[in-house]
Design a protein around this ligand. Structure first.
Ligand SMILES: NC(=O)C1=CN([C@@H]2O[C@H](COP(=O)(O)OP(=O)(O)OC[C@H]3O[C@@H](n4cnc5c(N)ncnc54)[C@H](OP(=O)(O)O)[C@@H]3O)[C@@H](O)[C@H]2O)C=CC1
Ligand SMILES: N[C@@H](CC(=O)OP(=O)(O)O)C(=O)O
Length: 337
């Protein structure tokens, strides 16, 4: 396998920094690394394989000679720069929302639809929304057993889902809560997050759902190839540094017991079952931070299901910076090489 020239667009951010670590850990064949960021990061370096690599200002010409681009910038930057990279012959794996629902762009969680990677006519492959990845990795093996018809999801999303500014803001607010002082401006959050919950992620869209909540439906349908999948999602920002958690109730086409579900989950790639209520063992975000598996527990019957309806409830946690973003993107890039 020949070494590749790999660019990271947004190499100084939360996801970009994690991509550097994932490329190192997974021994991705990087011949040359091109770390790209905004003009305000010029003069900075990123550490890769023990060396300091200077950050380059992101511009179309920076993609000349690049084989693979990992996108870790926001939607607006992605929309402008990544087609420039693709036009220069690079294959792009992008983390933003910009291209996810484009019918000519595959939207991939490798554990579910790796087969979609091969057909990428625009030279762009999209990484799904982080909460969607963490929720669907354990939902898929249950679908394979019993056929998923409907999902009812509540998410508990970490501050770092809002990038470096979100992480820094929660750290600051925790200091203010502990030591006193002025809370002041809470951006990027609309309200104080420390010692609080904020039931809004993204802007409000149709039927009073937020953009983040609609991603679970629209991206889930595309990834699972289930255009009629019914999804009801509520997304909540919680004062956790890292790792998203989700409560998911699944309605199935066919009967499935909690034991059958645990057996399917235990055999599924990317999943670890932690489900031992007698010993108080269940997934928690502190435990799932900085690793790649989605932990699943609290698997139980949905006591509210109408007679004759097959339905289970479970709880899962996963590191949204790793499996929800950087790791998933590097996994896709591995298929490309
Ligand atoms: N955080 C998360 O958990 C997840 C994030 N994502 C998505 O990944 C992407 C990156 O998010 P995240 O890492 O959290 O964000 P951060 O805010 O932490 O990082 C943003 C990155 O984009 C760069 N950037 C900003 N403006 C420009 C520009 N004009 N030209 C080039 N680069 C620019 C920044 O560079 P500089 O330092 O110079 O400003 C920085 O490297 C987003 O699309 C996000 O939606 C997806 C899943 C999970
Ligand atoms: N919006 C997510 C993270 C994210 O960046 O999602 P997306 O890539 O779909 O914009 C969160 O705040 O937790």
């Amino acid at each position: 396998m020949s070494d590749k020239t790999v660019a990271i667009l947004g190499a100084t951010g939360v996801v970009g920094t994690q991509m550097l670590r994932c490329l190192e850990e997974r021994d991705f064949p990087v011949g040359k690394l091109v770390p790209l960021a905004s003009a305000h990061s010029l003069g900075r370096t990123v550490t890769f394989r023990g060396e300091e690599v200077p950050v380059v200002e992101a511009a179309p010409e920076a993609f000349e000679g690049v084989d693979i681009v990992l996108g870790a910038a926001g939607d607006d930057v992605a929309k402008v720069l990544l087609p420039e990279a693709a036009a220069r012959g690079a294959v792009v794996v992008d983390n933003s929302h910009a291209f996810r629902l484009d019918p000519e762009v595959p939207l991939v969680i490798p554990e579910i639809n790796a087969g979609d990677i091969a057909d990428h006519p625009k030279n762009i492959i999209a990484n799904p929304n982080c909460a969607t990845i963490i929720g669907l990795v354990p939902t898929w093996p249950l679908h394979e057993v019993a056929g998923v018809r409907r999902l009812i999801v509540s998410t508990y999303q970490a501050a770092s889902g809002a990038g470096m500014p979100g992480l820094r803001e929660l750290e600051r607010e925790m200091g203010v809560v502990a030591n006193g002082g002025e809370m002041g401006d809470t951006a990027p959050f609309a309200y104080q997050l420390a010692a609080n919950l904020i039931p809004q992620i993204g802007g409000f869209k149709e039927e009073a759902y937020t953009s983040e909540e609609l991603k679970m439906q629209n991206e889930g349908r595309k990834i699972m190839h289930l255009p009629d999948l019914r999804v009801n999602c509520t997304c909540v920002r919680v004062p956790v540094m890292r790792s998203h958690s989700e409560s998911i109730t699944v309605e199935f086409e066919r009967p499935i017991t909690p034991d059958e579900a645990r057996t399917a989950l235990a055999a599924a790639p990317g999943v670890k079952v932690v489900d031992d209520p007698a010993n108080l063992r269940y997934p928690m975000p502190l435990e799932t931070s900085d690793q790649d598996l989605v932990y699943v527990g609290r698997v139980r019957r949905d006591l509210s299901a109408p007679d004759g309806v097959s339905s289970l409830t479970f709880w899962c946690c996963g590191d949204q910076i790793r499996k929800g973003a950087a790791t998933n993107a590097v996994q896709i890039a591995e298929y490309l090489v």
